[in-house]
Design a protein around this ligand. Structure first.
Ligand SMILES: O=C(O)CCC(=O)C(=O)O
Length: 268
């Protein structure tokens, strides 16, 4: 597993809001993570979260886009080797320019053969904290290309987006760009970054991204992990936090529950 990046990677990330890292995982690690994720998904069944299913599997728009399961590490122990990996979190911290990272959540994103595109969005809109250092790693477990549902990014969007949650229709890939304040993104060119299995991209929580149609009969699988800078505070959106925890949280409280959001990297 790679645990280092260079200044060029950091500069690229700061400029564009995303960066591709080749061979984050070795072929053996990629296969092991693929198997862990497969087993975790079998065990999880239809629930998106360990304790609940927020959006509902009966939501046809979502179902045709991807299969998404979050916080697999909470109920499938073997995957913690990756979700709690200080090496991956160190790269995330270096790109984000922070000294310590807590786990926000891990997730499986499976785009089945012939799946619809993933609508344009940015991750920070959903998270329970507003920090420009929030960052997501998207690790390809199968090759990901423009023809099978690979990711697309809007370069530099992280420098223009703020934290408010836009309510937009997911039944149209560019539904976000119908909203006031977002319409100019219709005129911009997106970038797609093909990945081999084991490669990854890191993207800022404020970077606009989506993924294409899967025009193949084969699934495109990704393992994703989102990180929150240590010291972030609650913004009032429950997102992945369990109900019992959220009911005792007030806006402005530190998010430092080590059971749900453990520190995964701290600079020594
Ligand atoms: O895999 C996909 O299609 C979407 C993934 C995504 O939006 C993310 O990782 O933030």
């Amino acid at each position: 597993m790679r645990d280092s990046i260079n200044q060029e990677d950091i500069d690229f990330y700061n400029e564009y809001g995303f960066v591709r890292i080749h061979s984050l995982l070795t072929p053996e690690e990629t296969e092991r993570l693929r198997m862990h994720q497969y087993n975790a998904l079998e065990q999880r069944g239809k629930f998106r979260y360990p304790d609940r299913d927020i959006l509902g599997e009966d939501n046809p728009v979502y179902e045709r886009m991807f299969l998404q399961r979050l916080n697999l590490w909470r109920d499938y122990e073997p995957i913690r080797e990756f979700t709690l990996s200080p090496r991956i979190a160190k790269i995330a911290a270096e790109l984000a320019g922070v000294d310590a990272m807590r786990l926000w959540h891990d997730a499986a994103f499976i785009k089945k053969g012939w799946a619809n595109p993933t609508s344009w969005h940015f991750d920070a809109a959903y998270w329970s904290f507003n920090s420009p250092g929030g960052i997501t790693v998207w690790v390809a477990l199968t090759d990901a290309r423009p023809d099978n549902g690979g990711l697309y990014f809007m370069p530099g969007s992280h420098r223009e987006i703020d934290f408010c949650l836009p309510i937009f229709s997911n039944d149209h890939v560019a539904g976000l760009f119908d909203l006031p304040g977002y319409q100019h993104w219709r005129e911009r060119e997106a970038v797609s970054l093909p990945l081999k299995a084991g490669d990854c991209t890191f993207h800022s929580g404020l970077t606009l991204h989506g993924s294409g149609i899967n025009m193949t009969p084969h699934q495109r699988a990704a393992w994703v992990c989102a990180y929150m800078p240590d010291g972030s505070v609650y913004n009032g959106k429950p997102n992945v936090l369990p109900d019992d925890y959220v009911k005792n949280l007030s806006v402005g409280d530190y998010l430092r529950n080590n059971d749900f959001n453990p520190v995964v990297y701290r600079k020594s």
